[in-house]
Structures are given as C-alpha cells and as structure tokens.
Write a protein that binds this ligand. Sequence first.
Ligand SMILES: NC(=O)c1ccc[n+]([C@@H]2O[C@H](COP(=O)([O-])OP(=O)(O)OC[C@H]3O[C@@H](n4cnc5c(N)ncnc54)[C@H](O)[C@@H]3O)[C@@H](O)[C@H]2O)c1
Length: 282
Amino acid sequence: MRIGVPKETKTLEGRVALVPAAAGDLVKRGHEVWIEKDAGIKSGFKDAEYGALGVKVAPDAAALYEKGELIVKVKEPIAGDLALLRKDHLLFCYLHLAAEPALTKQLLDIGLTGVAFETVELPNGDLPLLAPMSVIAGKIGVQVGTHLLHQPMGGKGKLLGGLPSTERGNVVVFGAGKAGGASAALAACTTRPVTVNTPGPGETTVQVPVPANPNMLQTDDVRASLDTALGTDAAGIDVKVDGTTVYLTGHVATQALHDQAVSVAQGTPGVSTVVHTGLTVQ
Ligand SMILES: NC(=O)c1ccc[n+]([C@@H]2O[C@H](COP(=O)([O-])OP(=O)(O)OC[C@H]3O[C@@H](n4cnc5c(N)ncnc54)[C@H](O)[C@@H]3O)[C@@H](O)[C@H]2O)c1
C-alpha cells in the first residue's frame, strides 16, 4: 500500500503522524511510504532521517496526497487538506466529528473512507490511540496550573515545589482516569500532598492520597532519620528540604548533638548538602 504522511497545517500543531522508526517499519513490511517535505521538522525529525529508512519525500502537499492511498495524519483535515482529499483515499487521523458537523458533511461529500483514531477500541474497551492524548492533556494540566499560580497571572504566587522557608504546594486532581493519573504522577514529582478525587462506592466522591515520587527527597525522610538517631534531643530541630539540599534550623543542647544531627542529615539517602548555619547550641 502507498501510505502518505502530510505536514500538519492546523494552527500550532507541531506533531507528525509517523516518527521515522514507525515509517521505516512500514517500509520493511513492503509498503511504499511517503512523507511531505519538513512534515517532521517541528517534532525534531528531519527528512533525511526518514529517507535513510527508505521513506520517500514528497515536495509538497499536492504531491503527497497524489501519491498516498492511505493518508495518516494527526489532526482532522482543514481547508487545504480537504481540497486534496479524494473519494479513493483512506483517511486515518483524529476526527472528532461529533463536534464538527460541517467537516462531517465535507468528508461525506468527498465520499472517502475515514477511520478516527479516537474510535479505535481494543476488545477490553481500552482506547489505545486516545489514551496518549489524555496523558498529554493531564501532564499539560499540571504545567498550566503551575503557571497560573504565578502572581502576574492572577494566581496566589505559590511555588508548588516550595522553598526552604515555605511548604510545598498541595495539589488536588479531579478524576483518576488516564488524564488524572498522569496529572497526579507529574504533580507528585514536585510536591506533596497530592490527592485525587474519584467516585467511590455509590455516588460519593472519595479522596485518594498519591504516594510521593520515590526519587524526591522529602522533609519527612530527614525528620525520621534525626528522630531515630537523636530521639527527643531532635525535638528542637526544624528541617526543610529544597531539592537535595537540607536546611537545619532551631537548637540542640550540646555541640555533640549538633554535630551528630548534621552527620545524620548528611547520611540520609538522597541528601547532597546540609546547610546548618541556623542550628544553634543552647
Ligand atoms: N484536551 C484534550 O486534549 C483532552 C485529551 C484527552 C482527554 N480529554 C478529556 O479529559 C477528560 C478525562 O479523560 P480520560 O481519558 O482521563 O478519561 P477516563 O475515563 O480515563 O477518566 C475519567 C475519570 O473521571 C472519573 N470521574 C467521573 N466523574 C467524576 C466525579 N464527579 N468526580 C471525580 N471523578 C470523576 C472517572 O471515574 C474516571 O476515573 C475527559 O473529559 C476527556 O474528554 C481532553
């Protein structure tokens, strides 16, 4: 089959439907694969990378649509694409036709066969081509939410990751599906607590805590090391963590306890530096 991958024309769309490795796999399986010139450039793939795997490069959209029998793209076709689509084309991309009655009519008028990515379903009900979009949306949700917390954006001026002098943020995610799960996993890299609101038994909504990223050094980890090693002598010590740096403030009774506290904090897994200028002997 002749497979054509056009350059996306929708505003701000930078993705390409087939990465070089995927296009190369199809070539190995005996297909003739065409890619429009510079179709992969915004995703970081040069035409030469496709060419090295046996993919042919069409100079423009007209040549690409002319060559292709199966057209694989990312987003639904817009005006320029529609003018080049034919009745004998098989179109495979996100279509979202429920929200686009005008586009539905245009495709029906062309008379082609279209298969929407979002309708591809596995026997167990999973939607393998929609799920990655939900994961992207979930992760972008955290990035956008973080940005909107900035004061110039009208937010509360909070840093989710905290500072030595402030606590980390508290993130609540609504829905524990594909998008919500991705949001929670990303938020847990930066902050805690992260809580997911999700439907529980009956119609009630329950809150589920999300474990912190195990790679993230936590204040509680250092606190636990100090409490274990110094017992009640650690009660006057305050601990803050910023990245892999630990800040100790407060007071201890003797210089020996001071030195032991610094050494214990330094020995906590994940700690790179201990700053103890604020820890005094009283
Ligand atoms: N903007 C985008 O590009 C984009 C991409 C993909 C998905 N989405 C949207 O994101 C949303 C989630 O998609 P998904 O793929 O993660 O769906 P999903 O079905 O995997 O997850 C939805 C979750 O929400 C939970 N839920 C339902 N009602 C709830 C309530 N009242 N309170 C708390 N949780 C509730 C469900 O139990 C489920 O776990 C959908 O609305 C979807 O249309 C947007």
